[in-house]
Design a protein around this ligand. Structure first.
Ligand code: AHG
Ligand code: MN
Ligand code: MN
Length: 332
C-alpha cells in the first residue's frame, strides 16, 4: 500500500496562507508531544490530580498543566501566533516583545481529563482566529479573542484514543490524519469527513436529568421512546466523558451530543466553554454538513462576552439538531 499524504504536504496543497500552515503544523507538533505524555503518564507518575484549580474552579490534573505548557512552548514559539488563550489560564498569554503573528490561538489542552486514569479517550481542541489587519504588530487585547466562531480561520482536535488522530478544517471541509508512530508523521486517513445525516446515537449525561428544563427532558424522552415514539426510530445512548471523542464519533457515525444548561448551581449556561470547546467543535461539525446550536442560535454566531464564557450546546446531524430545537428552543 502506498503511504497516504502527510499533513505537511496536504497543507502545502491546500492553498492557505503560509502563516496559517505554519500555525497548524505547530499545533499538530504540540498534539504529538501531548499524545506521548498521555501515553506515558502511568510510567512518569503523571496520572493524578494536582492540589490546585483552574479559573473555572475545576481541579487540574497534572496532564492538564503539562499539555498547556507544551502548547506554550511549541505554539508560543510559532511566528503565526501573536497570543494564546487556554481553558487552563486565567489570562491570555503573549510573547514578550513585538509579534507580527497574524493569528490568535485558543485551546483546551486536555479535554476529558477525568478519563486519563481509566485509559479512556482524551483529546485537545483548538481554534485559530485572525487578528484584524490594523492590530497586527500591536499589543494583543483580550477583546481581540472575543470573535464569533464563524470567524475562525481553522479549528480542530486531536483525539488520543485507540488511534491518535488530528482532525481539522480550514473552512473547506474536514480532514483527519492518523499519527504514524513509525516516523512521527501525520497521514491523511479520513479525507472529506461528513456527518452522516441519519443518526441512531445520542449523547447526554443523563445523571443530571432531574435538573433539566422541560424541553431537554421531552427531547430525551422522545429519543428513549425509540421506534414507537414521536421520532420513530430506535436509538442508542453513548457518553464518552470527553467531548472530543463524542464529536469524532458524530463525524464518523452521525448522531447528536448535548450538554445543556441545567438547574445545578453554576450550570445556568451549561458546562462547556464557548471559545475553547463549543465554537471550534461547532464550526467543525458545520464544515462537515452538521449543525451546532444553543437550542435557538447557531453556536458559531455567538460573540463571546468573556474569554471563559460557557454556553449550552447541541451538535450533530443537521436534521436531528433541527428536531432538537423544536423541543428545546421553543419559548416557555
Ligand atoms: P475538560 O476535561 O476539558 O474540563 O472537559 C470535560 C468536558 C467534556 O469533554 C465532557 O463532554 C464533559 O466535560 C463531561 O462532563 P460530565 O462530567 O458532566 O459528564
Ligand atoms: Mn474540555
Ligand atoms: Mn480541558
Amino acid at each position: 500500500m502506498t503511504q497516504p499524504t502527510t499533513l505537511a504536504d496536504f497543507l502545502q496543497d491546500a492553498g492557505i496562507p503560509a502563516a496559517l500552515r505554519e500555525g497548524l503544523l505547530s499545533v499538530a507538533d504540540a498534539c504529538r508531544d501531548i499524545a506521548d505524555r498521555v501515553e506515558r503518564a502511568p510510567l512518569t507518575g503523571h496520572l493524578g490530580a494536582l492540589q490546585q484549580s483552574n479559573v473555572q474552579g475545576e481541579t487540574q490534573k497534572a496532564l492538564d498543566v503539562i499539555a498547556n505548557d507544551i502548547f506554550l512552548d511549541v505554539c508560543g514559539a510559532s511566528s503565526a501566533f501573536a497570543a494564546l488563550a487556554s481553558e487552563e489560564m486565567e489570562q491570555l498569554w503573549a510573547r514578550e516583545g513585538r509579534s507580527d503573528g497574524p493569528y490568535l490561538l485558543v485551546f483546551d489542552p486536555l479535554d476529558g481529563s477525568s478519563n486519563i486514569e481509566i485509559s479512556a479517550p482524551v483529546g485537545t481542541i483548538f481554534s485559530i482566529l485572525p487578528r484584524l489587519d490594523d492590530r497586527i504588530g500591536g499589543t494583543v487585547l483580550e477583546a481581540e479573542f472575543l470573535q464569533p466562531g464563524s470567524r475562525q480561520a481553522a479549528a480542530g482536535y486531536a483525539l488520543y484514543g485507540a488511534q491518535t488522530l488530528f482532525v481539522f478544517s480550514v473552512g473547506s471541509g474536514v480532514a483527519g490524519f492518523t499519527l504514524d508512530r513509525a516516523d512521527g508523521s501525520w497521514r491523511l486517513t479520513h479525507p472529506d469527513m461528513r456527518v452522516p445525516p441519519l443518526s441512531a446515537e445520542y449523547a447526554i449525561n443523563a445523571a443530571h436529568r432531574r435538573h433539566w428544563d422541560p424541553g431537554i427532558l421531552s427531547y430525551v424522552e422522545a429519543c428513549e421512546a425509540g421506534a414507537s415514539g414521536p421520532l420513530g426510530r430506535d436509538r442508542n445512548m453513548r457518553w464518552s466523558g470527553a467531548m472530543v471523542a463524542d464529536v469524532h464519533r458524530i463525524l464518523v457515525r452521525g448522531g447528536v451530543f448535548l450538554y445543556p444548561a441545567d438547574r445545578r448551581p453554576g450550570q445556568a449556561a451549561g458546562k462547556l466553554r464557548l471559545l475553547y470547546e463549543c465554537a471550534p467543535a461547532g464550526w467543525l461539525i458545520e464544515q462537515a454538513g452538521g449543525r451546532a446550536s444553543d437550542s435557538r442560535t447557531a453556536i458559531t454566531a455567538i460573540r463571546p462576552g468573556t474569554l471563559h464564557q460557557r454556553v449550552p450546546i447541541a451538535l450533530g446531524s443537521a436534521d436531528e439538531i433541527a428536531t432538537f430545537e423544536t423541543y428545546a428552543g421553543a419559548e416557555d
